[in-house]
Design a protein around this ligand. Structure first.
Ligand code: RP5
Length: 165
């Protein structure tokens, strides 16, 4: 297995069921990745050392999923120049707290915030592929095929639900 290009980080093992959706997409595109649990609040030193070491160990994009007062993506972004993509996760406040905590970053420390939950996790992985595709032409071809299949599925759904004349 080649060295991971994408690091998926999440605040708790309770986030795994959602964040695995990102891993599945990366797997489909054949992108090596790693999964790490580290919490901005419960294990801040672990988060800091992950972010500081990420570029040197070969990571090119970080995806961070956290729920509630979600500061994981922002703290990672404060300690690395790698692009950080955030996935706000569900919470007792239906993920809106996570969403706002992640979205409104101060100027100078960007985080690309996805939608809440599984769709956000999948989109985070696709965005990571798009970033990597700038360098790898093989990924550009796979992305075009992925979009073609998306459109084809919509066409199939349309045909399935149209009343037969
Ligand atoms: C966040 O708190 C985690 O990302 C998780 O979404 C949430 C709850 O964590 P657990 O109490 O389930 O460990 O930091």
């Amino acid at each position: 297995m080649s060295k991971p290009l994408v690091g998926i980080v999440m605040g708790s093992d309770s986030d795994l069921a959602v964040m695995e959706e990102a891993a599945k997409i990366l797997h489909e595109f054949g992108i090596s990745h790693e999964i790490t649990i580290a919490s901005a609040h419960r294990s801040p030193k672990r988060v800091e050392s992950y972010a500081r070491g990420a570029e040197k160990k070969g990571l090119r994009v970080i995806i961070a999923g956290a729920g509630g007062a979600a500061h994981l993506a922002g703290v990672l972004a404060s300690r690395t120049i790698l692009p950080v993509i955030a996935v706000p996760l569900n919470s007792p406040l239906r993920g809106l707290d996570s969403f706002y905590s992640t979205l409104q970053m101060p100027s100078g420390v960007p985080v690309a915030t996805m939608g809440i939950g599984k769709a956000g996790a999948r989109n985070a992985a696709i965005l990571a592929v798009e970033i990597l595709a700038i360098k790898y032409p093989g990924l550009r071809r796979k992305l075009k095929e992925y979009k073609r299949q998306l459109a084809q599925k919509v066409g199939e759904k349309d045909r399935r639900w149209k009343p037969k004349s």
